[in-house]
Write a protein that binds this ligand. Structure first.
Ligand SMILES: Cc1ncc(COP(=O)(O)O)c(C=O)c1O
Length: 398
């Protein structure tokens, strides 16, 4: 059956091929002596969510309201909890009725926003590399995509001057995200300040995807809410998936300029009936009773980062030290390039020979070519064991 050309443009490419390889490995290794799959290719944590959140969900599950459709008005307690969190976390007061929106995951928000603010053919800017829903949402909205390349030589700092003034004038939207997946760099507040300043000057919507706001290992994570001007042109996306380890529950929210929140809410009105009230209760408990959960898990990620980096270094794989939790961003080694590997073929070879799955960087855009992402989503001993498993593979190649 013919599907839309838009869907074709979306493409599945690298990630799809990597997923198929993982499935094939699982299938062929089951019941054999082959090493079991160690999946370090997804940012889906093994760490537990706060018990208060799970208890609140459990308590609310059997109430009839939790099985009913949830209209916007019923999300007010959640929006009030978000407003209280914003005041506590950033010192920023927000209007729970007009500046806060519940989302079914922040990915849903960044993917839907372009449909709410862009017309077909409008120009929008993303970082390259960047999280796939940033590009994906723009493709679904038939936007014209411009890219701002992030480069290691520039410490992954966006070079705003890489775009001419006339290009800036043509833009209608830009999507940023620091702390940054996949490069694992926290980034700086001044980068967002410049994005916001350009947004106001050139009348460009600034969407900032910030699910890792509480997961900086070095320095402070930037936030768009701290930039004067967000009430005019900005919207920021936050999530319960990373800091509160509730990824499977699909809970997130946006705080932003009233016209953007209204537009996204209207768009979502034809798509969903919000998240279940029971899950919202869990989210409220996380924000109100376990606001420090993300800080508590930082030490776990720090140990995982440091010991995995040390193990890779002992192997000869020298990986830059990331400033945020959850990921390592590994350069394709020189020997691999000399042997004709790129990030995708190297990830495939590693998986076939060791059962370890990493993410090919090119799946995040051409700026990720020749990089691999490793997610620190298993206990530290298992991460070290995975690197030890890489040893024979590494030495057989060099
Ligand atoms: C930058 C970024 N945005 C959004 C998401 C998805 O978050 P959520 O589970 O809230 O949809 C991820 C997940 O890895 C991410 O890295």
């Amino acid at each position: 059956m013919a599907t839309s050309r838009r869907l074709g443009r979306l493409g599945r490419g690298v990630f799809d091929r990597n997923d198929r390889r993982k499935q094939a490995y699982r299938y062929t290794s089951a019941g054999t002596d082959a090493l079991p799959l160690v999946d370090l290719s997804l940012g889906s944590t093994d760490l537990p969510p706060p018990a208060v959140a799970l208890e609140a969900i459990e308590d609310a599950l059997r109430t009839p309201e939790s099985s009913s459709y949830c209209l916007q008005a019923a999300t007010r307690p959640f929006r009030e909890a978000v407003a209280a969190w914003s005041k506590r976390r950033f010192g920023v007061s927000v209007d729970p009725d007009r500046e806060v929106l519940l989302l079914v995951g922040s990915q849903e928000g960044t993917a839907h926003l372009p449909l709410a603010v862009l017309d077909p053919g409008d120009a929008a800017l993303i970082l390259d590399p960047s999280y796939p829903s940033h590009r994906g949402g723009l493709v679904l909205a038939d936007a014209r995509i411009e890219r701002l390349q992030l480069r290691q030589e520039q410490c992954w700092r966006p070079d705003f001057n890489a775009l001419s003034n006339s290009k800036w004038d043509q833009l209608r939207m830009m999507v940023f995200g620091f702390p940054h997946n996949p490069t694992a760099q926290v980034g700086e507040q001044s980068w967002l300040a410049e994005a916001m300043e350009r947004g106001i000057r050139h009348q460009v919507v600034v969407a900032h995807d910030n699910p890792y706001v509480d997961l900086a290992l070095e320095g402070d994570a930037p936030a768009l809410l701290l930039c004067p001007g967000w009430r005019e042109w900005g919207i920021e996306f936050f999530s319960f998936s990373k800091g509160w380890c509730l990824g499977g529950f699909r809970l997130a929210f946006a705080i932003g300029a009233e016209p953007l929140i209204t537009a996204l809410r209207e768009l979502k009105g034809v798509v969903d009936f919000n998240q279940s009230l029971a899950l919202q209760r869990g989210a409220i408990a996380a924000l109100s009773d376990a606001p420090d959960w993300p800080q508590q898990i930082l030490e776990v990620y720090r140990e995982r980062r440091d010991r995995t980096l040390a193990a890779l270094g002992a192997l000869g794989w020298h990986v830059p030290c990331p400033s945020m939790a959850l990921y390592l961003w590994l350069p394709v080694p020189t020997w691999a390039k000399q042997q004709g590997f790129n990030d995708e073929t190297l990830a495939a070879d590693l998986l076939d020979r060791t059962g370890i799955a990493l993410t090919p960087g090119s799946g995040f855009g051409s700026g990720g070519d020749d990089w691999l992402r490793l997610a620190l989503v298993q206990p530290v001993e298992d991460l070290e064991a995975a690197v030890a498993r890489m040893g024979p593979w590494w030495h057989a190649h060099i």
